[in-house]
Design a protein around this ligand. Structure first.
Ligand code: NAD
Length: 523
């Protein structure tokens, strides 16, 4: 069981309350973490601030050496970490294993490219004032970045923002979800006590109040979680005038056009909608199928979903596909969306029920749904696939855009131009063509929600690291002039010459260059 000292918190800030963590698949107690106070969060933040300058001073190559040692440690301990993740989330082994791949990819990408991304940039001169100057941009990290995460991906979600923030030279204060705090706390313990990494990351634990205390301490906040919490964090960040980046909820649509490969589309829908029991922000949450393809799509989808094996399998056995729901609250939301749909006339062609052994909800396909139902409008975050028949491409796009969310979407079609045309009309931050979830996992593509799905974004190559930096504009003199023509005292000849120069270099016709009025441009 993790202790406070292991998490990067000195003995002087230890408190008394504990949060018990249970395995959702069978209710077993699997660990406990301290429920910290705001005072404790403050003390941890101070310790991180003290360590940050030396970390920044190391430079990207020095920091990469430490993070690559952490990568080795994670690989050496991967079975234990995946097991821990399984215990606190109830995931299947296969689902949990994907998170290690995200960690490995992220560390390798940012350690490889950070020096290039953070290099001082010389920029083009613009305007007469810059003629005697050299213009550069330095990148300086926000000193202390807060990373607050939800419960669905205990290893991956802290990784995707925490690693680039560390590589940028920031110290990072992590606040994992109170539901699944154990895996990331163990990574931080490994960093501090097993590989003796510099004390530039710490993990504080607790619920919303501890998250709020983190927002009050840091210089920049990176939040992943629900839209409701994101709004509160943005409001507080606004009051404190600190930057915030928000990755929030979604209601991702999948559009299946009548020329699509239905075998691939149905396999994509099953994995994209049910991976991690549907508990991923970019999960396929609703499907629109063109009339001609609808019957074949529903038949094949139903058969594939019915064949899934559900349960929390033994370590490394890959005996099940889909695991448990992480919380009773989430299970209740899923149950409500399904019952609401069934009462309004929808049909569960497979699944539809909560199981009575642990927090499992059967993988479910719903037909006969429409936009009056919660399952098509609100984020379900569970193992449901509601499928709706649509007349044509236009109706599919209109319904897909009929949502307050705009995270990602997918389009299936054999015609690349047609798929691009649909993608351009979707109001979402990403579109996977003939694929699902993929855009989120590719580090060189930007991942950011539109509308109520977020503000800012992550990844996108250099942008994924530079978002944790402040840009510093540096102007250097190219010549050792004693003064500048526009400095005091103003002298009539020099000032008139300057006015002439502005016209000569800035005007687009000779009359104006020579100080006269020119013709008006045509509309
Ligand atoms: P949540 O918003 O309830 O909690 C997320 C985190 O915020 C937790 O660590 C929680 O303790 C903390 N928190 C709660 N109140 C806070 C406050 N007032 N100030 C600061 N921190 C506070 O979300 P959840 O239920 O844990 O996760 C599910 C949600 O996360 C879903 O809506 C899902 O779509 C979203 N999500 C989004 C992404 C993405 O990248 N867009 C990824 C995964 C999950």
């Amino acid at each position: 069981m993790a202790t406070q000292t292991d998490l990067g918190v000195s003995d002087s800030v230890q408190g008394s309350g504990l949060i018990t963590v249970r395995c959702p698949a069978d209710g077993r107690v699997v660990g406990a973490v301290p429920d910290m106070t705001a005072g404790q969060v403050h003390d941890v933040a101070q310790q991180l601030r003290a360590a940050q300058p030396a970390w920044e001073e190391l430079g990207p190559r020095g920091r990469a050496k430490h993070l690559l040692r952490l990568l080795d440690w994670v690989l050496d301990n991967d079975k234990r970490l995946i097991g821990l993740m399984q215990e606190e989330t109830g995931k299947s082994w296969g689902d949990a294993q994907v998170e290690t791949a995200v960690f490995v990819d992220t560390v390798n990408y940012f350690t490889k490219h950070a020096a290039e991304f953070l290099a001082d940039r010389t920029v083009e001169r613009s305007g007469a004032m810059a003629l005697t100057k050299k213009l550069r941009v330095f990148h300086r990290p926000h000193q202390l970045v807060g990373v607050i995460t939800p419960w669905n991906g205990p290893l991956a979600t802290s990784t995707v923002d925490g690693i680039p923030a560390l590589m940028a030279g920031a110290a990072v204060l992590f606040k994992p979800s109170e539901v699944t705090p154990l895996t990331w706390a163990e990574v931080v313990r490994g960093w501090l006590t097993e590989i003796n990494g510099p004390p530039v990351m710490a993990c504080v634990t607790g619920g919303g109040a501890v998250g709020a205390a983190v927002v009050d301490e840091v210089d920049m906040i990176q939040f992943t979680g629900s839209t409701a919490t994101g709004r509160k964090i943005a409001a507080r960040a606004g009051e404190r005038l600190i930057p915030c980046s928000l990755e929030l909820g979604g209601k991702d649509a999948m559009i299946v056009l009548d020329d699509a490969d239905i075998d691939r589309a149905t396999s994509g829908a099953v994995w994209g909608g049910l991976w991690n029991s549907g508990q991923i922000c970019v999960s396929v949450e609703r499907i629109y199928v063109e009339d001609k393809a609808y019957d074949e799509f529903v038949d094949k989808l139903t058969a594939k979903v019915a064949a899934l094996r559900q349960g929390m399998d033994r370590a490394g056995s890959f005996k099940t596909d889909i695991g448990a729901m992480a919380t009773e609250r989430q299970l209740n939301i899923v149950e409500h969306h399904v019952t609401d749909a069934l009462q309004a006339g929808a049909r569960a062609v497979t699944g539809g029920n909560r199981r009575d052994d642990g927090m499992f909800f059967e993988p479910t396909v719903l037909t006969g749904v429409d936009h009056s139902m919660a399952c098509m409008r609100e984020e379900t975050f569970g193992p449901t696939l509601p499928v709706m028949r649509v007349r044509d491409e236009d109706e599919a796009i209109e319904l897909a855009n009929d949502s307050p969310y705009g995270l990602a979407a997918s389009v299936f079609s054999a015609n690349k131009e047609r798929a691009d045309r649909v993608a351009r009309r979707l109001e979402t931050g990403a579109v996977n063509i003939n694929s699902v979830l993929t855009a989120t996992m590719l580090l060189t593509l930007p991942m950011g929600g539109w509308k109520s799905s977020g503000v800012g974004g992550r990844n996108g190559g250099a942008a994924g690291l530079l978002k944790f930096c402040r840009q510093q504009a540096i102007v250097t003199e190219r010549f050792n002039l004693r003064s500048e023509p526009h400095w005091y005292p103003y002298r009539p000849r020099m000032s008139r010459l300057q006015a002439m120069l502005v016209r000569l270099t800035g005007a687009h016709d000779w009359r104006r260059r020579l100080g006269r009025k020119g013709k008006n441009r045509e509309g």
